[in-house]
Design a protein around this ligand. Structure first.
Ligand code: 13P
Length: 249
């Protein structure tokens, strides 16, 4: 039994609507039953306060935050704004933002630092592309992302790392347990080297085509402390069995 509680976080990406918030009550009920598991849902910004109002103990989070608290940054949302809306966590550095918004490691680190400073649980994402893996440089790429993207974890908010191989996201092609074990061990070693004992307590999530069918085998892998779930977090029917699999670990 790991010293680290499992964390199951749903990333709705640019999906969801007011109507879809109806899914939250069954997800929250499953979260209350899963005593040893932390459960969160990260809907789009527009739904955060509505989701928080009906979360029933479920943690609601964002998918990004700006590195500044306020200012002339049209279209952006800051960590204090997220908190005021009812968010308790945020994702930063998702590969879709690194690609679509050209986010660098340094920017991701600054965003993570801002979120942690404001007491948000902060999930920092890393992961290699298919070409990186084919060329045998997956470990190198992820190590460089960790070195560049992780902030000083001191602060009121908890830092969490999510390993999401880009080729496994939304493809139905999850990484093998052997690949996950190897990469999570590498990430753990990096965390201990950089943050000492504290690095042993930082949770490492796996993300990329996690579903009811593969959740239990992924959660049994050393240093897999939960999951960041995309498509399968959109409905209670698909998300609840993942929460239940984590509770059985
Ligand atoms: O990107 C992801 C979560 O952040 C994973 O998405 P899928 O679970 O849809 O593959």
């Amino acid at each position: 039994m790991s010293v680290r509680r499992k964390l199951i976080a749903g990333n709705w990406k640019m999906n969801g609507s007011r109507a879809q918030l109806a899914e939250l009550s069954a997800i929250a009920a499953a979260a209350r039953e899963a005593a040893g598991v932390d459960v969160a849902i990260c809907p789009p910004f527009t739904l955060i306060s509505l989701a928080a109002a009906r979360a029933g103990g479920l943690a609601i989070g964002a998918q990004d935050c700006h590195q500044s608290d306020s200012g002339a940054h049209t279209g952006n949302v800051s960590a204090p704004m997220l908190k005021e809306a009812g968010a308790r966590l945020t994702i930063v550095g998702h590969s879709e933002r690194r690609a679509d918004q050209h986010e660098s490691d340094a920017l991701v680190s600054a965003k993570a630092q801002a979120a942690i400073r404001h007491g948000l649980r902060t999930i920092v994402c890393v992961g290699e592309s298919e070409a990186d893996r084919a060329a045998g440089r997956a470990g190198k790429v992820v190590s460089a992302q960790l070195s560049g993207s992780l902030p000083d974890p001191e602060g009121d908010g908890e830092m969490v790392v999510a390993y999401e191989p880009i080729w496994a996201i939304g493809t139905g092609k999850s990484a093998t347990t052997a690949d996950v074990a190897e990469m999570h061990a590498l990430i753990r070693a990096h965390l201990i080297d950089n943050f000492g004992d504290r690095g042993g307590r930082i949770r490492i999530l796996y993300g990329g085509s996690v579903k009811a069918e593969n959740a239990a085998e992924l959660f049994a892998v050393d240093n897999v402390d939960g999951a960041l779930v995309g498509g399968a977090s959109l409905t209670a029917e698909q998300f609840v069995p993942i929460i239940q699999a984590a509770a059985r670990c």
